[in-house]
Every structure is written in structure tokens, then in C-alpha cells.
Write a protein of this length. Structure first.
Length: 102
């Protein structure tokens, strides 16, 4: 079973503070996702970009997430643009050697 990294990036129109407040209620959704090992939340207020780096247990899990309601809500949100999603395999031995949390 190969773990999968998902990288999501997007641009946003509101302030960074408004984005923070808007995404705060979503935290429990990710906490309760059993197929998600972890998520790192990203933001660059100077470029008005945000996103996340996720580690999923396997390909099935990441594909279910990509086809699910959370990603659908990102795609429909008029305050977000330039949504970009990339899925990667990890290289476990190198990642562990460099203290990657896998």
C-alpha cells in the first residue's frame, strides 16, 4: 500500500483573517477523517494564496476525498480561484531518513 500526498493550492479574495475564520469550522472534518493521516494548512497572505498538504493512507482514500463534498465546496466557492490539486506517491525510505512524518 503506497501512501499518497495531496497538494492543494488556490488563490483567495477575502483577507487572510477572513479565510482563517471561514476554514476554522472545517478542522473537525479533517480530525475525524480516518483515511487522512495528517494535514498541513498553508497560507501566504502577501500573495493571497492558501492550501494544504495531506497524507492519505492509500490511493482509494485520496480519490474518495477528491470526489467528495469538501473538494466540491472548494470548487464552488466564488471567493477562491486557480484551484490546483496534485497527487504524489511518497518515497518512504528517503522521507523517513529526513524525518518526514510518514
Amino acid at each position: 500500500m503506497v501512501k499518497k500526498i495531496l497538494q492543494i493550492n488556490f488563490k483567495y479574495k477575502p483577507s487572510a483573517e477572513e479565510i482563517h475564520k471561514a476554514f476554522e469550522p472545517a478542522v473537525p472534518i479533517f480530525v475525524n477523517m480516518k483515511e487522512l493521516e495528517w494535514k498541513i494548512w498553508l497560507i501566504d497572505p502577501t500573495k493571497k494564496t492558501a492550501g494544504g498538504i495531506y497524507l492519505f493512507k492509500d490511493e482509494k482514500s485520496v480519490n474518495e476525498y477528491l470526489g467528495g463534498p469538501v473538494v466540491a465546496s472548494l470548487k464552488k466557492n466564488p471567493a477562491l480561484s486557480d484551484l490546483e490539486m496534485k497527487v504524489f506517491d511518497i518515497i518512504p525510505d528517503f522521507t523517513k531518513s529526513t524525518r518526514g512524518p510518514v
